[in-house]
Design a protein around this ligand. Structure first.
Ligand code: ZN
Length: 369
C-alpha cells in the first residue's frame, strides 16, 4: 500500500491547498479521458483515493494515526464523486449547478485620456469629454424584450441554466454540469428581443462627461468617476470612468513639485546696473526686480506663483534662474567702450574657484532632460 502523501508527492505537513494543487496536476495527467493507458488508470485510482483521504480533515487525521483501511476498503474513498469532479474541472467547468446566471451585469469600467497644459494644472480646469459608451436602451429600459413580452423559461434546461452531461470513464459514468447552450446559462430565452438594442438592454452611444480637474495633477494620475462608465447588460449598474491625465511639456516652464521653474536671460548691462522687468507667468504678468550685480546662476523667487497642490491651498513659487547673456558681436565703438571699462575697473584675470553645483545648474539640467 503506497503512502498517500508519496502518491500525491506532497510533504506530510502539506496544506489542504497544496494537496488540492498536487491532485489537480496529477489528475490532469492521469485521468482516463486524457491518458487511456492501464498504468495511468491504476495510478489515477491511487491518486484519487489519496486525495479523498487527505482532503478530508477527519479522514486525514485518522490516516495519520494509521487508521486508513486502504484502497477499496468499504468503498468509502469514492463517496464524493461530485467533489472529485469539482476539483478536477474547477472553475473551467463553468456552471456546477445552482442558480442560472443573471442577464443583468455590471458595466465595464472605461478609461479616457486627457492632455492638459501646464497652465491648466496651476488652478485646475474644467473639461467636457466625449466618451464612447453604452447607455440604457430607451425602448425596453433594460428588459431586453419587445413591449408586452417577457423572457420565457428555457425548455432545454427547464430554467436551471445548466444541463448535465454524462461522461464515461473507467470509474464508471460520471455526471458533469455545463451551462445550457440554448439559453447561455440564463435559464430563460427572449422570444421577441427588443428591436432597438437587439435584446441587449443597452445601446452604444457617445456621451459628454463634464469633469472638474483639480489643480496640481500630474502626468499618469487617474481620476475616478464612480458610476460614469458604461451601463451593464440588461440595465445592470454602471461601471466607473477613469480619466488619465497627461500634462504636455511647456516650452518655457517646467515643474518641480509645486514650484514652477524658468530661466531669465539678462543682458550684461542689466546684470551690472540692475533693472525692473515684467515677466509673463502662467497666471499673467508679474513685476520682477533684477538687482544690480546679479550673478549668473542666482535664483529669483516669486512667491505664490507656482502650482496649487492637489491636496492643499498654498501655491508653490515661481523660481527663475538668471542667465547673463554675454554679447558676441560688438562694433568698434562698443569694443572700445568695453576695453576702456576693463582698463578702468581692472577686473581680476580668470582664475579657478571652488566648483559649485548650484541651483541654477540643476535648473538647466531639467531643461536638458
Ligand atoms: Zn431595448
Amino acid at each position: 500500500m503506497a503512502d498517500h502523501y508519496e502518491v500525491l508527492g506532497v510533504a506530510r505537513d502539506a496544506s489542504t491547498d497544496e494537496i488540492k494543487k498536487a491532485y489537480r496536476r496529477l489528475a490532469r495527467e492521469l485521468h482516463p479521458d486524457v491518458n487511456p493507458g492501464a498504468d495511468a488508470s491504476e495510478r489515477f485510482k491511487l491518486v484519487t483515493h489519496a486525495y479523498d483521504v487527505l482532503s478530508n480533515p477527519d479522514e486525514r487525521r485518522r490516516y495519520d494515526m494509521g487508521g486508513d483501511q486502504g484502497f477499496g476498503g468499504a468503498g468509502a474513498g469514492f463517496g464524493g464523486f461530485g467533489d472529485i469532479f469539482e476539483t478536477f474541472f474547477g472553475a473551467a467547468g463553468g456552471s456546477r449547478g445552482g442558480r442560472p446566471r443573471s442577464r443583468r451585469e455590471r458595466g465595464q469600467d472605461a478609461l479616457v485620456r486627457v492632455t492638459l497644459q501646464l497652465g491648466d494644472v496651476v488652478f485646475g480646469t474644467h473639461r467636457d469629454l466625449e466618451v464612447d459608451t453604452a447607455v440604457l436602451c430607451e425602448t425596453c429600459h433594460g428588459s431586453c424584450c419587445q413591449a408586452g413580452t417577457q423572457p420565457v423559461t428555457c425548455d432545454i434546461c427547464q430554467g436551471t441554466g445548466h444541463v448535465q452531461r454524462q461522461m464515461r470513464s473507467l470509474l464508471g459514468n460520471v455526471v458533469t454540469n455545463q451551462p445550457c447552450g440554448s439559453c447561455q446559462g440564463y435559464g430563460t430565452t427572449i422570444p421577441y428581443p427588443c428591436g432597438t438594442c437587439q435584446g441587449q438592454g443597452r445601446v452604444r452611444s457617445r456621451r459628454t462627461v463634464s469633469i472638474d480637474i483639480p489643480a496640481g495633477v500630474e502626468t499618469g494620475l487617474r481620476l475616478q468617476l464612480p458610476g460614469s462608465g458604461e451601463v451593464g447588460p440588461a440595465g445592470g449598474p454602471n461601471g466607473d470612468l477613469y480619466i488619465e491625465v497627461t500634462v504636455a511639456p511647456h516650452e518655457i516652464f517646467s515643474r518641480d513639485g509645486d514650484d514652477i521653474l524658468a530661466t531669465l536671460e539678462v543682458s550684461m548691462p542689466d546684470a551690472i546696473l540692475g533693472t525692473m522687468t515684467t515677466i509673463d507667468s502662467l497666471d499673467g504678468p508679474v513685476e520682477l526686480e533684477v538687482r544690480a550685480g546679479v550673478q549668473a546662476g542666482d535664483v529669483l523667487t516669486i512667491k505664490g506663483r507656482g502650482i496649487t497642490p492637489l491636496r492643499g491651498t498654498t501655491r508653490g513659487d515661481l523660481r527663475v534662474g538668471v542667465h547673463v547673456v554675454t554679447p558676441t558681436r560688438l562694433d568698434a565703438k562698443e569694443r572700445a567702450l568695453i576695453e576702456d571699462f576693463a582698463k578702468k575697473s581692472k577686473p581680476p584675470t580668470p582664475h579657478l574657484a571652488e566648483f559649485q553645483q548650484g541651483l541654477f545648474a540643476k535648473l538647466r539640467d531639467r531643461f536638458r532632460a
